[in-house]
Ligand binder design. Structure first.
Ligand SMILES: [Fe+2]
Length: 343
């Protein structure tokens, strides 16, 4: 019998949303799930996403008996001011549950609102530079994350990325107390994603999985999610990019990016995301395009060598060459999207 060396050195806690609603029509479940947690929902979205899907989600929430208060001013890289304004809306509405509609920006704004609702202090106080990891003392109110991209995986993670415009920097909050309660993954909500966003967000998700798999913090369970994510994304991203209406490919992408999120939040991202974060603060490029650019400068084989040199797990020792039998060819298939993606 072989046991992952990481587990022999201490315990691991795998975090994940309590409920995952996945498949065509999943958005219809949003009202029933959210109404378990109170009477008034704060619906958080960007104006652009609200224009496309907002009334649909509002309708299913109201049909389940919820009063709905809307904050629809989420920006692509949510700022401190964004989160504070959304929190003001939460307080004025005397809300009970946060429903986010969109990708990582909406979800991170919702997490930020939840942090301020359950804890005293400025949102900057919870960044890892001030509070360290697991620096959010109290659990956020329930968050129901309705995902429209594939994706950041933020609906499954304990991370929040916030832009601080006063310093032109981004800071990171990491705590299991911010993981959404419910993730709603309906592929029909991703059909309207343009090709460029499909490429950016898809490469971002693939990068999450590869970095999670090659991280020194990975272990047996996170590896399972990472491997499945790499398989799914590399297989379905070209099809979703070529034909946005391909529901099968969109479904596979949603599942793959979810698994990638579950993988990296229980392992880690690495150099690619470390390099991409300051680019976002300075240049305001979409997150996916930043990770795609940085991914090309940090070769997968180099990451593999790093993993081999830093830890010896039963998983990596099963690979005679030390190279991933999954990641290498599938990364090669996905690489053209990194160069064809345009803002
Ligand atoms: Fe990312």
């Amino acid at each position: 019998m072989t046991v992952d060396n990481t587990l022999l050195q201490g315990e691991e806690t795998f975090v994940s949303p309590n409920q995952i609603v996945l498949g065509v029509g999943a958005v219809e479940e949003t009202g029933e799930r959210a109404s378990q947690y109170g009477e008034t929902a704060l619906l958080v979205a960007s104006e652009q996403i609200y224009d496309v899907h907002g009334e649909t989600v509002r309708s299913v929430l109201e049909s389940a008996g919820l009063d709905v208060v809307v904050y629809d001013d989420v920006r692509p890289d949510p700022t401190v001011e964004n989160i504070e304004a959304a929190h003001d809306t939460w307080e004025r509405g005397d809300c009970d549950v946060i429903v986010t509609l969109g990708g990582g920006s909406s979800i991170d704004t919702g997490k930020g609102v939840g942090i301020l609702a359950a804890n005293d202090g400025d949102i900057r106080d919870f960044g890892v530079d001030r509070a360290g990891y697991e620096g959010v003392p109290n659990r956020t109110p329930p968050i129901v994350a309705v995902n429209t991209t594939a994706g950041t995986g933020s609906e499954a993670t304990r991370s929040v990325v916030v832009s601080d415009e006063s310093t032109s920097t981004k800071f990171l909050i990491v705590s299991r107390n911010v993981v959404p309660t419910v993730a709603v993954e309906d592929p029909e909500l991703t059909v309207s994603l343009p090709q460029s966003h499909t490429a950016f967000t898809g490469i971002d998700a693939l990068t999450h999985a590869v970095e999670a798999y090659t991280s020194v913090k990975s272990y047996a369970l996170s590896d399972e999610y990472a491997e499945r994510a790499i398989e799914r994304i590399s297989r379905s991203l070209p099809a979703a990019w070529a034909n946005g209406g391909n529901i099968e490919a969109r479904t596979e992408m949603l599942l793959g990016q979810l698994q990638a999120g579950q993988a990296f939040t229980n392992s880690s991202v690495a150099l690619v995301h470390g390099m991409a974060r300051p680019l976002g603060a300075q240049l305001h490029l979409p997150h996916g395009s930043r990770t795609a650019c940085c991914c090309r400068t940090s070769s997968t084989s180099r990451l593999w060598r790093h993993r081999r040199s830093t830890r010896k797990s039963p998983v990596s020792s099963m690979r005679p060459t030390g190279r991933s039998p999954i990641a290498k060819p599938q990364m090669r298939r996905a690489m053209p999207f990194m160069t064809s993606a345009k803002t």
